[in-house]
Each structure stands twice: as C-alpha cells, then as structure tokens.
Design a protein around this ligand. Structure first.
Ligand code: TNX
Length: 598
C-alpha cells in the first residue's frame, strides 16, 4: 500500500518554479536570426514559420471566449497573457512522456477533444515532450506540485501540462477542457474556433480528500449511471467516490459467502421502485473506471444499524432471529444486526473481507449512523470490534461521526454530518487521533432542497442553495477541531427521493462544483461574487453535455447556447436522437409538482 496521505502544508509559492518568460515574437526576427533560433531549438525553418503563422493568427483573431481565470475549482495561481492565446489546429499532435500512466492521460485528453473538434489528435510519446504547435503532457516529476498538482502553460505555440504524477496531468487536462469553448462538450463535430486563453496556471489541491457520496441503496442506480457520476466528479477534480452500498431498503453488492444479501436483500427499494445489485464484475468495473480517472472508491457497509435489508435475507442476524419482510419506507434508526451474536461478526468479517478483496483503495466505510436501538456501551464495543476487523484486512476505517465514542483505531476517519458546527464528542475523538471528513448536513447534503418548491429532496437540515453549499470553511467549521485534523470535504447524495440519473444531476449541479471548490482551492480564492460568475459560466458546458442541471434563478446564467452547428451534415440523414434532458437545463419536474422557484 502507498504512503498514507497527510493534510498538505499550506502552499509555499516560493517552492514552485517560476512561470517561463513569454517567448519573443518570431515575426520580429530577421531570417538569419530565425535560422539560428530554429537550429537552437532543434526546429526546421518550416516549423518556425508555422509557429510565426500561429502567433500572427492568434494576434489577429478575437480573444478566447473563456478567460484563464474561469476555472472551477479556482486554481492556486493564474497568470493570464492576452497576447498568447492558442488556437488548436486540425493537425495538432498530443506529445506525452513515455510513461504508460501519462500516455493513458493523453489518450483521455484525445478522447475528450476528438468528438467535438473532429480532429484526429494523434498521441505520440517522447522522452521530453514539447508542444510544437500541439499539446504536451510532461510527467516531469516536479516534486513541488505534489501528488495531484500540475502546471499549465498556454502560448501561441502550444500547450504544456506538467506534473509529477499522472493524477496531476489528469487534473490539468480537466482545466484545459474548461478553458476551451463550451462546444467542446458536444458529442459530435461542430464548427468552432478551438481557442485557449494564453497564460500560465499553477495548481494544487488544498485537501487530499475531495469526495461525493451516492446512496445506491434507497434507490438503485445501474453501472452506467454510476460511471456518468464518476465523470462529473472528475470534471471538478474530486478524487473520492463513496458508495453507500447497503441500507434498510436494499443491499446492493453481491457477497459470495452470503449470497442472499444481494438476491433477497437487493430485491426492493423505496416505494415501488425496482431493486438491483452490483455483481462483483459490476463493482470492479466501477472501481476500475474511477481509478482511470484518479478517483478512489470508498465502499460503505452501514453497520450495525441501517441493516434491515440484510435481515430480510438472513434472519439469523436479527436480534429475534426472524427475517422481517422488506422495508420500502424512508424512516431511519429502527434496524440493527445483533451485536450479541457471534454470527454477526462472521457476517461482518466475511462481507468486509470480500469487499476489501475487490477494492484497491485503502478505506472501508463502516457506517455507524443512527443505530438508535443499540445501547451506547454495546454500540461502542461493536464499533471497536468492527474497527479491528478492518485493521486485520489491512484497511483504514471511515465511519459517520457517531462512531466517535469508540476507542481510537490507527488512522481512523470520522465523517461529520451534523448541522451545528459543534460536537464535543467528535472533537474529543479528534483529540484522541481521529481525523475528519466534513459533510455538514446544512451545507454539503445534496439531498436537501435548493428552495421550498424544489420538486425533490428533503429539508430537515435546511434549504441548501448554491451560496449555502459554498459559503463555509472546512478548516474552521467544527468547534474544537484543529485545521490539521481536517482531511477534506464530501458531498453526500441520499436518494430516498432521487430516482433517476437526471434527478441525480439536478441535485449535483450546480452544488457539487461548490463543494469541489472548497476541497481544492486555496482559501485566499474564496469569494462568492466571483465564484457565482465562474460557476454560472459552466451552464452552457453542462447543457451541451446533456447534464440536467438546476438553473437556479440566483445565478447569472449566460443565455442558453445555441445548439452547436453540426459539421459536415450528411444530406438526407435524420437528426441525431435528442438527448434525454433538455438543452436549457430545465429541472426534471415530476408530474404534479411545481417548478422550483429557489
Ligand atoms: C440521515 S446522514 C442519514 C441517512 C438519510 C439522510 C437523509 C446519515 C449518516 N444518515 O440515512 O438518508 O439523513 O437526508
């Protein structure tokens, strides 16, 4: 296993390499000097002439539609250069360090750019990749950029992303994507000037843990839905997907040693909704897809409460040894596996053992919330025993903050979901060594409604409009918890009322990018006025990508973009299938509900 992540030191700008000087304008040079320069740079006069042509074209053309500072989450340092816009041409090449992980990122970049541009964008590897009119991804080992940082330099002569890790290159690619015109999100070729704003960005995350949680237990979402959610996380540089795999209404992962958990426990969901579960292969596909995007899956098996679905499959785990009928309501806190039975610990060890074997990440989430029927001392002893099982599997425990009273276990992490900003029991657990992920219910719970009329969601933790999602500071949120104990943030999406992918997207967008910015951006960039403008500027991207975002009236959305003009329309062919969500980003209003005014 790799070294444990620690909260990053405050960024030291002095540690970082200075941005390169702007290149002199080749068109100002004499032919003789151009020859010298060409030789010095190892380039032919023809190559140099093309570079000069690009520079001239960039200076004559209108400025890039996107500004260098329009990125979400806000980068650590942005230095625009209005004279250095870069125009991606049809013959551009992606050059990349000859390292399989870097080549994979280059392939992902090409796959992002090819559909809308229609350009071939071949990928070639090189010992020292240089832009040469195209895009260079340089896995140069710049240690100061850390595990996930990158630097991006855009000049008329090309684009260079440098990082010390493939994750850093990948994040740089997400930034590059956001700097191209919104039409880059089109799935088919469109006519567009593919121009990037000139200048340099230097960027590293504030926190090592930046996550989202999807509850696939209350309603089940199939693999393709989850993969799309992973894509959304990747766009905003999130690096953890917490899957809430089990709850009272459904058990969603196949366990070979206890097969009825999935086949019986997974049969239902809230209300009349269909059940379902992931096979081992499904789960591995999700984990691998996430890993390719530098996202670690954190599986949660919620214990000892929220276990009604497991009890329907194996009555022997129930305190009365009787399997109950399925539960399709949305109450919480009534179920638990019998902490007094050894069979329960066999079950926990088998389940966590199988999950650990399928999960490359180092964390297992053991839930621990709302076990209201288990007495406090019994509960603490149960959690301590489960913590030992996790340690025995070579993994680290994450639990909801209710596990705080249990004894400390090495490297354990509590996930705060309270709404008060104050909890002496959690603060005390931190003083005993626990670290925290912050998911305050009143800021980060994406199942809360935006406004009273939001057609889906809850309001027990309050209404969470985008400003509320954004305007808090993870470092000082919980009284008595030092900033160094905070590993990061996570936005949970519980799905009692969320039934489709479009509804997931409606609750995630635009709030997920707000939480992502809290996790990534230095506090010095925190500014609601600037953020709301940057965020709203992403609306056309989401619309073009077919994301069913919530067009809340409080954000200054740009006009709905025209549907991009298709390139090379083939006469006589039918128009493409309309996307399942409207381009205007209208919310997926359920029949009989009022549209949200919030
Ligand atoms: C509380 S938050 C829960 C979940 C519910 C959620 C609804 C937490 C750890 N437990 O079981 O789904 O509220 O908002």
């Amino acid at each position: 296993m790799s070294a444990a992540p620690e909260p990053l030191d405050p960024p030291q700008l002095a540690d970082l390499p200075a941005p390169p000087e702007a290149a002199p304008a080749p068109e100002a040079e004499t032919a003789a000097r151009a020859d010298d320069a060409a030789q010095a740079a190892g380039r032919t006069a023809g190559e140099l002439a093309r570079a000069a042509e690009r520079k001239a074209a960039a200076l004559l053309a209108p400025p890039a539609p996107t500004r260098l500072g329009d990125v979400v989450p806000a980068p650590e340092r942005v230095e625009p250069d209005a004279t250095a816009d870069y125009l991606l041409a049809a013959d551009a090449v992606i050059r990349v360090s000859a390292d399989p992980a870097a080549v994979a990122v280059a392939g992902q970049l090409a796959a992002l750019l090819r559909p809308a541009t229609g350009y071939p964008l071949p990928v070639t590897d090189a010992a020292t990749p240089v832009p040469s009119g195209g895009i260079a991804l340089d896995l140069s080992g710049e240690a100061a950029l850390g595990a996930e940082g990158y630097r991006l330099d855009i000049t008329t002569d090309g684009v260079r992303i440098a990082a010390g890790t493939a994750a850093g290159l990948f994040h740089g690619v997400q930034t590059l994507r956001q700097l191209l015109p919104a039409a880059v999100e089109s799935a088919t070729p469109v006519t567009e000037r593919w121009v990037l704003p000139g200048g340099s960005i230097l960027d590293r995350p504030r926190y090592p843990h930046r996550g989202a949680m999807l509850d696939v237990a209350r309603h089940f979402f199939g693999v393709t839905d989850v993969l799309r959610v992973i894509d959304h996380l990747a766009r905003y540089k999130l690096n953890r997907l917490h899957l809430h795999l089990t709850d009272d209404q459904g058990w969603r992962i196949a366990i070979d040693s206890w097969p009825r958990l999935a086949t019986v426990g997974g049969a239902g969901a809230v209300g009349e909704a269909p059940g379902g579960y992931y096979t081992r292969a499904d789960y591995q596909r999700i984990v691998a897809y996430a890993a390719d995007r530098h996202i670690t899956v954190i599986p949660e098996i919620d214990l000892p409460g929220h276990t009604h679905a497991a009890l329907t499959a194996y009555g022997e785990l129930a305190p009365d040894r009787v399997a109950p009928p399925p539960y399709t309501g949305t109450e919480v806190g009534f179920s638990y596996v019998d902490p007094a039975s050894e069979r329960t610990y066999d079950f926990v060890a088998d389940v966590l053992g199988e999950i650990a074997a399928l999960t490359p990440g180092r964390w297992l989430h053991i839930g621990g919330d709302e076990a209201f029927k288990v007495p406090a001392e019994v509960y603490a002893a149960f959690v301590e025993r489960v913590q030992r099982i996790v340690a025995g599997l070579g993994r680290e425990v994450i639990g909801w903050h209710q596990i705080a009273p249990a004894a400390h276990a090495d490297r354990r992490i509590l996930q705060w979901w309270g709404t008060t900003g104050e909890d002496p029991v959690t603060a005390e657990a931190v003083s005993r060594g626990a670290r925290l992920i912050l998911s305050p219910g009143n800021h980060a719970y994406l199942d809360m409604k935006y406004a009273p009329a939001t057609p889906i969601g809850h309001d027990w933790a309050g209404l969470i409009d985008v400003r509320r999602a954004y305007d808090w500071d993870p470092a000082s949120h919980l009284a008595g918890v030092p900033a160094e104990a905070v590993l990061g943030v996570e936005a949970p999406l519980w799905t009692e009322s969320v039934t489709t992918l479009a509804e997931i997207e409606f609750m995630l967008f635009p709030r997920l990018p707000a939480i992502a910015e809290l996790g990534w951006s230095p506090r010095s960039t925190h500014d609601w006025g600037a953020f709301r403008e940057r965020l709203a500027g992403h609306g056309p991207r989401w619309a073009t990508a077919g994301i069913a975002y919530h067009r809340c009236p409080k954000l200054p959305w740009p006009a709905t973009p025209p549907v991009p003009a298709p390139r090379r329309p083939s006469p006589g062919t039918e128009p493409a299938e309309p996307s399942p969500v409207s381009r205007s980003g209208e919310p997926p209003v359920r029949p009989g509900t009022a549209p949200d005014r919030g």
